[in-house]
Design a protein around this ligand. Structure first.
Ligand SMILES: Cc1cc2nc3c(=O)[nH]c(=O)nc-3n(C[C@H](O)[C@H](O)[C@H](O)COP(=O)(O)OP(=O)(O)OC[C@H]3O[C@@H](n4cnc5c(N)ncnc54)[C@H](O)[C@@H]3O)c2cc1C
Ligand code: FES
Length: 288
């Protein structure tokens, strides 16, 4: 009797693969040609790949687990999670905006146009939008800006007003403002001029709430800004979602490396960020 293979071969973009015959499985391993890859500033790179049909079904807030090449002679263990930064379904492309921090992302940074990137995904639970919302606020810092860009894009496409508060060390690191500006208003707050303090961001948020610009809150990338949004959300009854980042191993659910504590109706609960998130209800999330 012929045996079913235990693991499928990857889907190769341009050549097809097993993903076509298994449409009921929402994620797959795919080999995606790099279309472009360049530095946006001294720390972040912008990577564009051709995506497989399944990869292109990714939704804002979901992520891919990337097999990064080793940047040196040593082995590189485990994939690295990166959330989708932009989905260009018309061109069949998926974009990432990532910070080079360690060996995985340094290895990723070596990929050149035409190289193949091995991706598993789309993975996790992304953001959701309520059709009753008219205006939302997204508040992000650092790599969080990459994660929040596609939910802003989607909100804009649905006619929902977006105010994006982008927090950064200095003007060089206010990334993706052109993308956010296409769908709404951008407010940059910086460490370099003192405008990124919690007090100042709180004043901006309270002003936006008074102007009825805050039907929902979205945040990623900063614990102190998350705590601020959570407090204001609770005080004013504004629903919110947070995309959490947590060191991961499998990215699929079984290893429990990514477990974090949540608080639901006064009780502590453990949840896996990779499969039950990375997007969670802001009032149930606990800071880090
Ligand atoms: C769901 C998800 C989405 C993400 N999306 C993005 C993104 O869009 N852009 C981006 O720049 N980064 C993103 N990250 C963070 C990214 O995964 C890490 O920066 C990356 O794995 C670091 O790998 P490394 O080998 O270069 O660094 P390492 O040498 O492994 O680590 C360097 C530093 O990064 C921290 N780190 C390692 N893994 C993670 C992790 N999974 N999450 C957070 N910090 C980590 C380590 O604690 C250490 O301080 C995301 C993480 C998650 C969980
Ligand atoms: S990373 Fe393995 S369970 Fe989440």
């Amino acid at each position: 009797m012929a045996h079913e293979p235990f693991a499928a071969a990857p889907y190769i973009v341009g050549k097809g693969g097993p993903g076509v015959e298994a449409p009921q499985i929402p994620a797959e391993e795919s080999l995606c040609p790099v279309v472009s890859h360049h530095w946006v500033n001294s720390e972040y790179k912008h990577l564009v790949v051709d995506g497989s049909p399944k990869a292109l079904a990714v939704t804002p807030g979901q992520f891919f687990n990337l097999l990064c090449p080793s940047p040196d002679a040593g082995e590189l263990w485990l994939r690295r999670p990166q959330s989708v930064y932009r989905i260009d379904r018309d061109c069949g492309r998926i974009e990432f905006l990532y910070k080079c921090v360690g060996r995985g992302t340094q290895g990723l940074a070596t990929l050149e146009r035409g190289d193949m990137l091995n991706m598993v995904g789309p993975l996790g639970v992304g953001f959701s939008i309520d059709s009753a919302w008219r205006n939302i606020i997204v508040l992000g810092r650092g790599v969080g800006l990459a994660t929040l860009a596609p939910i802003s894009q989607l909100a804009g496409e649905r006619g929902i007003g977006v105010t994006a508060i982008l927090s950064a060390r200095s003007p060089e690191f206010v990334m993706a403002n052109d993308l956010f500006a296409k769908v709404g208003k951008v407010i940059g707050v910086l460490d370099s001029d003192g405008t990124s303090t919690v007090e100042n961001v709180e004043a901006i948020l309270r002003d936006l709430i008074a102007q009825r610009k805050a039907d929902a809150f979205f945040t990623c990338g900063s614990n102190r800004l998350f705590q601020l949004m959570k407090r204001l959300g609770k005080e004013r009854g504004i629903p919110g979602q947070i995309a959490m980042e947590q060191v991961m191993a499998c990215g699929l659910g079984p290893c429990y490396v990514c477990v974090r504590t949540f608080e639901v109706n006064g009780k502590k609960e453990l949840r896996r960020v990779c499969i039950e998130g990375p997007v969670f209800d802001m009032q149930e999330a606990v800071g880090w």
